[in-house]
Write a protein that binds this ligand. Structure first.
Ligand code: PLP
Length: 278
């Protein structure tokens, strides 16, 4: 398998990162994951735009413009129709300091790998509620994912696929997904800002809802109101639009729905139409 590493395509075994890479030592980097459906990258510009914003926010000087062609190359080289393109840019290699080193070139890694998206619309998954222990810049897609990793692993150990974070009584998002809750026929999702990642799938789902005439409010939803939720779903590049069946809170399951609800279905149908028509 080949990866694009610091300007060239190499067999992955030949791509070696220095132990002094700031990504390795400090988690000092930004990443992105782009879905590919039937050999077509989906929402590539939006993902690259978010990558650029993240790099800018943390002062990593890398234009990312050339990555558009690299993503296309990755898809051409990949031996799969459906997959994901992973991109990571770290601040580079330098003796370990907390302050930024000068004159350092960012380390750039990009590769595609097969991924099976099919069947997400048939699933009904449980999630666990976990305290949002992340930092206050969740809008930056930082490679430092310790809080996400801990929470998702705890969810896995509890036998479910994802956790849903709660910050001061409000639902923020999942470890690697955005969260949507339906109450009285209105869809709620946490507003953009420093407490969530601005999900690309989230944007798509909001525009689908608006086009379909389903009311959407970008407002935080209270944990206390979860028992009144009629439907809930997760969105993201890897989970697409996946219905939530139940939410485990302190060892007790709060049942959301025993089947996929009508709002979730309508969103899923429109989403599948978009990805099928690439
Ligand atoms: N929230 C977090 C914390 C994520 O890591 C992700 C995706 O990786 C998402 C939300 C969903 O974002 P997207 O729809 O752009 O994949």
């Amino acid at each position: 398998k080949e990866v694009f590493f610091n300007g060239e395509w190499l067999p992955s075994q030949a791509a070696a990162v220095s132990v002094f890479d700031r990504g390795f030592m400090l988690g000092d980097g930004i990443y992105e994951v782009i879905p590919v459906y039937g050999r077509q990258p989906f929402t590539m510009e939006a993902h690259l735009g978010r990558l650029r914003e993240g790099l800018h926010a943390v002062g990593i000087h890398y234009t990312a413009n050339g990555l558009l062609d690299r993503v296309k190359e990755a898809v051409e080289r990949a031996e799969c129709a459906d997959g994901l393109v992973y991109i990571q840019v770290t601040r580079g290699v330098a003796p370990r300091t907390h302050y930024f080193p000068e004159g350092v070139e960012p380390t750039v890694l990009l590769y595609a790998y097969p991924f099976n998206f099919e069947g997400f619309e048939k699933k009904l998954v449980d999630v666990v509620l976990s305290p949002d222990l992340r930092w206050h810049r969740c809008d930056i897609k930082s490679i430092s994912l310790m809080a996400n990793v801990l929470a998702n692993n705890a969810a896995r150990q509890a036998g479910v696929v994802e956790n849903v974070f709660e910050r001061e009584g409000w639902i923020t998002e999942g470890s690697h997904t955005s969260v949507f809750l339906v109450h009285n026929g209105t869809i709620y999702t946490h507003p953009k800002g420093q407490h969530i990642l601005p999900g690309i799938t989230r944007d798509i789902v909001i525009s689908i809802a608006r086009e379909t005439g389903i009311p959407v409010r970008e407002e935080a939803f209270a944990v206390a109101d979860l028992p009144r939720v009629e439907e809930a779903f997760l969105t993201g590049t890897t989970m697409q639009v996946t219905a939530i069946g139940g939410i485990w809170i302190n060892g007790r399951k709060s049942v959301v729905s025993t089947d996929r609800g009508p709002v979730t279905r309508r969103i899923q149908e429109a989403f599948i139409k978009q990805t099928n028509s690439l």
